[in-house]
Design a protein around this ligand. Structure first.
Ligand code: PLP
Length: 229
């Protein structure tokens, strides 16, 4: 696995914070997204002062964080199957991807008064998860009835079309956040964080801009020249 250079991560975090400031952000938290990286990336995120770390995959998270102490808050940001809640519950502080009642019910059962964000879909890609924006207020209510603490909303911008393509969705999520009186607006990643901050993000989730290209089999496959397949 690729090595993490903590000094380089510190420099990159400064660049990310500068990008946020230039976009007009004054109180925006930075999550270090450490999926596919080892625990050394998580420790680096902690050392350089990321406000939280984010993980996408249940099995990877449980293996990576077992026995680790003194880390920043751990946020689950991937699609979460109900049968994986029990596996990740000992390690996760905030569940950002609650997009259906069945998941909320399982979290209430296994993680009690867990802090959650309701994930809203602002894209047509079903793989990203998220409930339709019109369904979000009712889901927020159900989460609360189950005893979960709803801190805010989360969304993932579209993969295609560049950062500007994310703007209308980000704006809609922030408008809903204000209407519901919620505080945490988790939106913006390495490539679209300026647009997210301009539209009122309170937390950006940053992976590659901090740690470099991810060492995932998927990205290696995509990068492979056609003749290699
Ligand atoms: C991977 C991921 C990120 C970080 O993506 P980068 O483009 O590397 O910054 C943020 N949010 C979610 C939900 C992700 O899956």
């Amino acid at each position: 696995m690729a090595m993490i250079d903590t000094e380089l991560v510190a420099e990159r975090l400064a660049i990310v914070r500068d990008r946020i400031a230039r976009a007009g952000g004054t109180d925006v938290q930075v999550m270090g997204v450490t999926k596919t990286w080892g625990i050394d990336a998580v420790r680096a995120a902690a050392t350089v002062g990321c406000d939280s770390v984010g993980e996408n995959y249940a099995q990877e998270l449980a293996a990576k964080f077992a026995g680790e102490v003194g880390l920043p808050p751990v946020h689950f940001i991937g699609r979460l199957q109900t049968n994986k809640v029990r596996l990740v519950a000992p390690f996760v502080d905030v569940y950002e991807t609650v997009d259906r009642g069945s998941l909320a019910a399982e979290l209430a059962k296994r993680a009690g008064d867990a802090t959650v964000l309701v994930q809203v879909s602002t894209d047509t890609d079903p793989d990203k998860g998220g409930c339709p924006i019109a369904a979000a207020p009712a889901l927020v209510d159900s989460c609360r009835e189950l005893g979960l603490v709803v801190a805010g909303l989360m969304t993932v911008g579209p993969t295609e079309g560049g950062p500007e393509a994310a703007r209308p969705g980000f704006r809609a999520v922030r408008t809903l956040l204000d209407r519901l009186g919620l505080a945490v607006c988790s939106m913006g990643m390495s490539d679209d964080l300026e647009v997210a901050v301009q539209e009122g993000s309170t937390q950006v989730r940053v992976g590659s801009a901090l740690f470099g290209p991810r060492p995932s089999p998927a990205s290696r496959d995509r990068a492979a020249p056609p003749h290699a397949e």
